[in-house]
Design a protein around this ligand. Structure first.
Ligand code: PEP
Ligand code: MG
Length: 555
C-alpha cells in the first residue's frame, strides 16, 4: 500500500514501523473551592519549574552535540514557559473561574493558540507547534504522564505519528530513527526543518497514516517524493535499496562540496549565502558552506511576544548573528511587518490589501522612534563584524533618503551617548516592488547594494497574491516580465558598480541557477539546506552559455 504526503526532508529509509498513536487526553473542567485556589497555584508553579528544567536538560544535551539551531527551538519553549504573562493568566484563570491548574493551563494555551491561528502567516502558524509542545509538556507534568522519550530507542525504526513535536524531534536518537512520517505538518514546520538539519528522511501531511499501518510492519519511506510504502514486494525493496545507496553517495558528494567555492566551469564566481530568521540559525548556514547571511528577517525577533524587544535585546540578537558568522557578511533587514505579519502590540489594523498596505519601511518611517531603536542596535552590533543594513519594500528615492536620514540621526544619538558604534556601515535595499526595479538606475547611486526579493517582486509584477492557491499558476519566476525586471536591476547595479544579490526563494532553486548566472546575480541567498544543491548545479554550468540562454529568453 502506498500513501502520499508532503516531502519534508530528502532521503530513503527502509525499516520497521514504530507507531506513536495520537494522545487523547481527557481534559475536563474541574471546579474547585476558593480555599483550594492557592494550592492549585502552587501546583502550577511546581509544574512550570519541572517542565523548564526538563527543557533546560534537553537544551544542554543538544548544545553539547553541536545542534545549536535545535537547542534554540527548545530554548524558545523554555522562554514561553518563563513568561510572567503566562503565569499571571493562569493564576487569574484559577482564581476568577475557580478551576484546577490543569484546566486553567489548557484554557490559557487555547486562547494563545486562537490568537496565533487568526494570523494569516505561514511562519506564525507553524509556531503553534511550539506552543502546543510546551502546553503538552506542562500538562504531562501536571497529570503525571511521562513524555515519550525518543532518545532511548533500542532498535532502528521508522516513526509514524499523528504529529511529532519539535522537542520530540530534537530528542531523537539519530542512529535509531531511520525516518519519520506524520499525519499533520508542512514543509516549514520546525519538525520538518529539524529533519532536514539532522538529515533524517521525512514525510509529513499523510492522511490516515496511523489507521493504515501496523506496528512492526515493513516500510519504505521516500522523503524525496513524499511517499510511505508499506509491505513492499521484493522488486520494490531492491529498487528502493538501490535508491538509498545512491542517496548516501549523493549526500557524501554534497558534503564534500562544503569547502568548494561556487564557480562555473569557465571561472565565474558567485557567492552563496543563507537566509535566517533567528540569530542561532547563522551557525547552520556556515555548516552548509554558506559564505555569509544574505537576509536576516528581523521581524521574527518581534513575534511570539507581548512587547517590543528593547534596544539592548535587539543589539544582543544582531551581535550574536554577527559573531556566529565569524567575520562573514551579515545582511540584516530592518523590520518588515504589517499587512500579513501582525504584531499584537503594534497598532496595525486589518487591511483590505495587506500586501499593498502599511508594511515594512512604510510603517518604520511613520514611527521613527521605533525604527531608530532598531537602527541604533544595528549600528552598535556592527562593531563586532561585517554587518550590513538592508531596507525592505523600497518603492522610490524619497524612502531611501528618509531611511538614511534616520540612520544618520541614530548615529548622532549614539555619538551623544558616547556609545561604541560603527561608522560607514554599508546600506542596501531590497528590490521587490516593480517600481523600484524600473527606476533602479536612480536608486543605485544612493545605496551600496541591491538584493532582489523575488517572493514579492513576482507577486507584484503579475498581480497574483503569493499566498493565494487559486492564482498560483500565474506566480511564475520565469515570466518574461519578471526576467526583464531582474535583468534591468542587474544592469543598473553593474553600471553604478554596485553588487546585486537575490534573497527570494528563486535563489535557492537549483533549476534557476542557469538563469541567475546568465542574469549576473553576484550573491545568492537561500535556505541553508539548499546551498549544496545549488552549488552542485553551478559547478556544472558555463557562464557564457548561461548568458546566451538568457539573451535568447529575453528576446
Ligand atoms: C522576498 O520578498 O523575496 C523576500 C525575500 O522577503 P519576504 O519573503 O520576507 O517578503
Ligand atoms: Mg519581501
Amino acid at each position: 500500500m502506498l500513501m502520499q504526503g508532503i516531502a519534508a526532508s530528502p532521503g530513503i529509509a527502509i525499516g520497521r514501523a514504530l507507531l506513536l498513536p495520537r494522545e487523547e487526553r481527557q481534559l475536563v473542567r474541574t471546579p474547585i473551592t476558593k480555599a483550594a485556589a492557592p494550592g492549585e497555584e502552587e501546583r502550577f508553579e511546581t509544574a512550570i519549574q519541572q517542565a523548564k528544567s526538563q527543557l533546560k536538560e534537553l537544551m544542554n544535551r543538544l548544545e553539547a552535540e553541536g545542534s545549536q539551531q535545535e537547542a534554540g527551538i527548545v530554548e524558545g519553549q523554555w522562554f514561553l514557559l518563563d513568561d510572567p504573562q503566562l503565569k499571571m493568566d493562569v493564576q487569574n484563570k484559577i482564581n476568577d473561574e475557580l478551576v484546577d491548574a490543569v484546566w486553567a493551563v489548557h484554557e490559557v494555551f487555547g486562547d494563545y493558540a486562537k490568537a496565533l491561528e487568526a494570523i494569516e502567516d505561514e511562519y506564525i502558524k507553524e509556531r503553534l507547534a511550539d506552543l502546543r509542545d510546551a502546553e503538552n509538556r506542562l500538562l504531562n507534568v501536571l497529570t503525571g504522564v511521562r513524555n515519550i522519550d525518543l532518545s532511548q530507542l533500542a532498535e532502528p525504526v521508522i516513526i509514524l505519528a499523528h504529529d511529532l513535536t519539535p522537542s520530540m524531534t530534537a530528542q531523537m536518537n539519530r542512529s535509531m530513527v531511520l525516518g519519520f512520517a506524520t499525519e499533520v505538518g508542512s514543509r516549514t514546520s520546525h519538525t520538518a526543518i529539524m529533519a532536514r538539519t539532522f538529515g533524517i528522511p521525512a514525510v509529513v501531511g499523510v492522511e490516515e497514516l496511523l489507521a493504515g499501518h501496523k506496528a512492526g510492519s515493513q516500510l519504505v519511506l521516500d522523503g524525496d517524493r513524499g511517499i510511505v510504502l508499506s509491505q513492499p514486494d521484493e522488486r520494490q525493496l531492491q529498487e528502493y535499496e538501490q535508491k538509498r545507496k545512491e542517496h548516501a553517495a549523493l549526500a557524501e558528494q554534497l558534503n564534500a562540496l562544503r569547502e568548494v567555492r561556487a564557480v562555473t566551469i569557465d571561472g565565474k564566481r558567485v557567492e552563496l549565502y543563507g537566509n535566517i530568521g533567528k540569530p542561532e540559525e547563522a551557525h547552520f548556514v556556515l555548516e552548509q558552506g554558506g559564505e555569509g547571511i544574505g537576509l536576516f528577517r528581523t521581524e521574527f525577533l518581534f513575534m511570539d511576544r507581548s512587547e517590543m524587544p528593547s534596544e539592548e535585546e535587539q543589539y544582543e540578537a544582531y551581535r550574536q548573528a554577527v559573531l556566529s558568522a565569524k567575520g562573514k557578511p551579515v545582511i540584516i533587514r530592518t523590520l518588515d511587518i504589517g499587512g500579513d505579519k501582525e504584531i499584537p502590540y503594534l497598532p496595525l489594523e486589518k487591511e483590505f490589501n495587506p500586501f499593498l498596505g502599511w508594511r515594512a519601511i512604510r510603517y518604520c518611517l511613520a514611527d521613527p522612534a521605533l525604527f531608530k531603536i532598531q537602527l541604533r542596535a544595528l549600528l552598535r552590533a556592527a562593531v563586532d563584524g561585517d554587518l550590513r543594513i538592508m531596507f525592505p519594500m523600497i518603492s522610490g528615492v524619497r524612502e531611501i533618503e528618509q531611511a538614511k536620514e534616520l540612520l544618520a540621526e541614530a548615529e548622532q544619538e549614539l555619538e551623544a551617548q558616547g556609545r561604541a558604534y560603527k561608522r560607514g556601515v554599508p546600506v542596501g535595499i531590497m528590490i521587490e516592488i516593480p517600481a523600484a526595479a524600473l527606476i533602479s538606475d536612480k536608486l543605485a547611486p544612493l545605496v551600496d547594494f541591491f538584493s532582489i526579493g523575488t517572493n514579492d517582486l513576482i507577486q507584484y509584477t503579475v498581480a497574483a497574491d503569493r499566498m493565494n492557491e487559486k492564482v498560483s499558476y500565474l506566480y511564475d519566476a520565469e515570466h518574461l516580465a519578471v526576467l526583464r525586471l531582474i535583468d534591468m536591476v542587474c544592469r543598473n547595479a553593474k553600471a553604478h558598480g554596485k553588487l546585486v544579490g537575490m534573497c527570494g526563494e528563486m535563489a535557492g532553486d537549483p533549476n534557476m541557477a542557469k538563469l541567475l548566472i546568465g542574469l549576473g546575480i553576484d550573491e545568492w541567498s537561500m535556505s541553508a539546506s539548499q546551498i549544496p544543491y545549488v552549488k552542485q548545479e553551478i559547478l556544472k554550468l558555463s557562464e557564457a552559455e548561461c548568458r546566451d540562454f538568457v539573451k535568447q529568453l529575453l528576446s
